[in-house]
Design a protein around this ligand. Structure first.
Ligand code: NAP
Ligand code: 8YV
Length: 318
């Protein structure tokens, strides 16, 4: 391997990341029209730093690729199983964003339940003066909370809800060593809880786990908070459930076809919509960028990364 391997950069990185990447690699930005570029230069690259996943055609155009360092904990936009079977190590950025994403989930719950945005509009528009007090909202105290996906972020959300007196339930394929009630069946859990937090990975394995049956089980007073991936919730079914009043309200940071959001959702008063900002603070994005660079520096040093995705664990142990 050359002393300074060539690294392909996908997406825009911070200045801090750019400096660190340039210290160890010859960095080249993937051009928008990449087909001809990959045909000509694809064999040069041993490493990728990506802010937006890696498409199958890009991976196929890099025959000497050895490592992918991805910005973000979710990696549904990288075929990690295919990468692993070609001996390519994939690294992501777990843990450093747990608190930030959990904060966002709690913020959505508070905003939905206490009707923050309509109440703010009431104050701002002068309706308080002309119409009187804003109608009463619902408390977030002593609620039954359901967590779909009790992983790193799910556990952080669960702990935060305990501060509000929540009784926590969860659904995941395996039981966790957590002091909460596990449900084998998601709809059964949805029937029991006041609010459902969705925080699984995206991809085919979790596609439309939250379907019409689950929304009906949550019910007319129920609240759905999705900070996972848009694909986990059947968005068309969500629109119908909210329209019909079969589901009470929703707080959404992620959507099926980002950055597009269905007009029907935008028009609803009982939803809070965010543009996928779960981890989006200066501090947390810096920590994620640092971990991308730590992974690449570790790979340069001894061919291993700090935080491999589960599909690549065995490659990191050799
Ligand atoms: P994690 O630690 O791997 O936790 C994922 C959890 O989901 C695990 O408890 C897992 O348990 C469960 N799960 C997986 N597949 C499931 C299925 N089919 N049915 C039920 N449960 C399932 O991941 P994390 O670090 O908490 O991150 C979770 C996800 O959050 C990321 O993958 C990403 O998509 C999303 N995220 C979003 C933002 C944002 O900005 N909105 C930011 C960061 C992360 P079992 O394996 O036992 O089922
Ligand atoms: C980021 C995320 O928005 O970590 C994830 O899985 O969804 C977010 O933290 C994204 O990865 C960066 O664009």
């Amino acid at each position: 391997m050359p002393e300074r391997p060539a690294l392909l950069q996908l997406g825009r990185v911070s200045e801090r990341m750019a400096e660190r990447l340039a210290a160890g690699f010859d960095v080249v930005q993937l051009p928008p029209d990449h087909e001809a570029f990959l045909a000509e230069r694809g064999s040069e690259f041993a490493a990728i730093a990506t802010m937006r996943g890696v498409s199958d055609d890009v991976m196929a155009g890099l025959p000497n690729l050895k490592v992918i360092a991805s910005f973000g904990v979710g990696y549904d936009n990288i075929d990690a199983a295919a990468a692993a079977s070609s001996g390519i190590l994939v690294a992501h950025t777990p843990d450093v964003l747990n608190d930030e994403v959990a904060d966002t989930a709690i913020m959505l719950w508070l905003a939905v339940s206490k009707e923050l945005l309509p109440a703010e509009r009431w104050a701002r528009s002068g309706a308080w003066e002309t119409k009187g007090n804003y109608p009463l909202a619902r408390t977030i105290r002593d609620r039954k909370v359901g967590i779909l996906g009790l992983g790193r972020i799910g556990q952080t959300i669960a702990k935060m809800t305990e501060m509000f007196g929540a009784e926590v339930h969860y659904h995941s394929r395996s039981r966790k060593g957590a002091p909460y009630l596990h449900f084998d069946n998601l709809a059964d859990m949805a029937r029991k809880v006041d609010v459902l937090f969705v925080i699984t990975p995206g991809g085919e394995g979790t596609r439309h786990l939250v379907n019409a049956e689950v929304m009906d089980a949550l019910g007319p007073e129920g609240i759905l908070i999705n900070v996972a991936r848009g694909s986990v919730v059947d968005e068309a079914a969500l629109v119908e459930a909210l329209k019909d009043g079969r589901l009470g309200a929703a707080g959404l940071d992620v959507f099926e076809d980002e950055p597009r959001i269905p007009e029907a959702l935008k028009a609803m008063e009982n939803v809070v919509l965010l543009p996928h900002i779960g981890s989006a603070t200066v501090e947390t994005r810096q920590a994620m960028g640092d971990l991308v660079c730590d992974n690449l520096d570790a790979w340069l040093a001894d061919g291993k990364v700090v935080t491999p995705v589960p599909e690549c664990l065995h490659l990191n142990e050799q």
